[in-house]
Design a protein around this ligand. Structure first.
Ligand code: FAD
Ligand code: FES
Length: 259
């Protein structure tokens, strides 16, 4: 096992929509991991917007994969992930009782000391880190979620948020079209968003127009996840910044979107 990584044991790994999976893990018991940690020390931690590097294989692929915290409850961590390529495909085949290697929590996360009325805007699997944010937020919140053709996690969202606005591009659930068709920034004191780059770019433009502060959770290909390889940098108004270290959450005004 690589330095800093720890083992998690899989409680469940279920498909919840086409190519979308939810995996739940608890820390491997210290005895079974031969590392002398108390249970408290070995519990998963992290705040909304932070992520873990996950590795469910030995050598190939070479690099672990970054996945955001979707929830942590009673020591069990939940990740929601989309199968995109080889790494996520391997993870999707793991079964209850199998183990994964994890490094985290990593990155800065969202600032939850917000008392104003906020909007959360998600696109597709970008909903994952926003679920954990939603659960920890006590203030006034509206949730806008857009999907391509299949919506998921709606029950969890509706359980915590009074005003949910759903869109699908094929019209199968909610508004037919983009989530940005529904979203009115001027109603809010702050906006938090995660999803495809063109969607976040549009949300930032809409917020800038109305002078509403907006925070985005950025994605980038990652290698180390801890700020040393510089492989994940993005362009910002104050130079290149590392998504894994200064991010993944950035002020929308500072990100230079190159889509
Ligand atoms: C901070 C952070 C948090 C993330 N959280 C989640 C999450 O909660 N759930 C989730 O499903 N995904 C999340 N991702 C994306 C996830 O890391 C990638 O989908 C995953 O690494 C793909 O690995 P793979 O081996 O399956 O695909 P690969 O074989 O590596 O790639 C398959 C395809 O996806 C593209 N791709 C892969 N990784 C990225 C990326 N980071 N950005 C843009 N395109 C990419 C590749 O260009 C390629 O076209 C997150 C990414 C970051 C940086
Ligand atoms: S992944 Fe290495 S610096 Fe960010």
């Amino acid at each position: 096992m690589k330095q800093g990584y720890r083992k998690g044991i899989i409680h469940s790994n279920i498909q919840i929509a086409t190519n979308i999976y939810e995996i739940k893990l608890s820390p491997c018991h210290p005895e079974s991991d031969s590392i002398s940690l108390t249970m408290e020390e070995s519990g998963f931690q992290g705040k909304p917007g932070q992520f873990y590097m996950l590795r469910g294989w030995e050598l190939d692929p070479l690099l672990p994969r970054p996945i955001s915290i979707c929830d942590i409850s009673d020591g069990i961590i939940t990740f929601l992930y989309e199968v995109r390529g080889r790494g996520t495909h391997i993870i999707s085949k793991l079964k209850k009782g199998d183990t994964l290697e994890l490094l985290g929590p990593l990155g800065n996360g969202f600032d939850l000391n917000i008392e104003d009325k906020i909007a959360i805007v998600s696109g597709g699997i970008g909903v994952a880190p926003l679920i954990y944010l939603m659960k920890g937020f006590k203030g006034d919140m509206d949730f806008y979620c857009g999907f391509r053709n299949e919506a998921y996690y709606l029950d969890e969202i509706r359980e915590h948020v009074d005003n949910t606005h759903i869109s699908t591009e094929d019209g199968s659930v909610g508004h037919r079209g983009f989530v940005t068709d529904l979203f009115l920034p001027k109603r809010y004191d702050m906006v938090l968003t995660c999803g495809p780059i063109p969607m976040m770019n549009r949300v930032v433009e809409m917020c800038k127009d109305k002078n509403v502060p907006v925070y985005v959770s950025m994605e980038s290909r990652m290698a180390c996840g801890i700020g040393t390889c510089l492989g994940c940098t993005i362009e910002t108004t104050s130079g290149m910044k590392r998504v894994c270290k200064e991010g993944p959450v950035f002020s929308g005004e500072e990100v230079k979107f190159n889509d």
